[in-house]
Structure formats: C-alpha cells, structure tokens
Design a protein around this ligand. Structure first.
Ligand code: ZN
Length: 89
C-alpha cells in the first residue's frame, strides 16, 4: 500500500466548498463534492431530489394545513374584536 493512498489526501486536494458560515462568516473548509461547488454538509449530492421525490414530501397537504391555520388565526382575531366591542359598551 502506498503512503499517500489514504482518502483524506484526496479530500484535501479537492476544490473547497464555496459556502460561508453565517455564524463565523468564514468560508467552509470542507472539500466540495465532484460536480458541485459545495461540500456534502452544505447541500451537495445527498441523493434526494426536491419535490415529490423528496422523502419529506407532504403530498401537497402543506397548503391545506396552512389554510386551516389561517382560518383559526382569523377566528381568533374576530373573537378579540368582539371582546373589544363588548368592552367598549
Ligand atoms: Zn461546506
């Protein structure tokens, strides 16, 4: 086995990830994935596609949930206004 035949030397030779840390403001030091400008940690590869092929795809129910939440919210606002009216009299 050759001395430089370890996976890390390959990783260090790879181009760097272009992502920047929001917390530190420093550039990510991770090696970018082949064909990507970012490392795996910052979204490269991963194997999941967006939309229906994504494992967390909610079958379009998310918009329905949102409608329900908005209805509850507007109901709360209406109740608050009614209470306000009662207090005014
Ligand atoms: Zn990165």
């Amino acid at each position: 086995m050759k001395g430089d035949d370890n996976p890390m030397s390959k990783a260090h030779a790879a181009p760097r990830c272009t992502a920047t840390s929001k917390r530190t403001g420093e550039r990510c030091k991770g090696p970018s994935v082949k064909g990507w400008s970012v490392c795996r940690f910052h979204g490269a590869g991963g194997g999941h596609r967006s939309g229906k092929d994504h494992p967390t795809w909610k079958h379009g129910m998310r918009s329905g949930d949102w409608t329900e939440e908005r209805q509850m919210l507007s109901e709360l606002v209406r109740e608050a206004r009614e209470i306000e009216q009662l207090l005014r009299d």
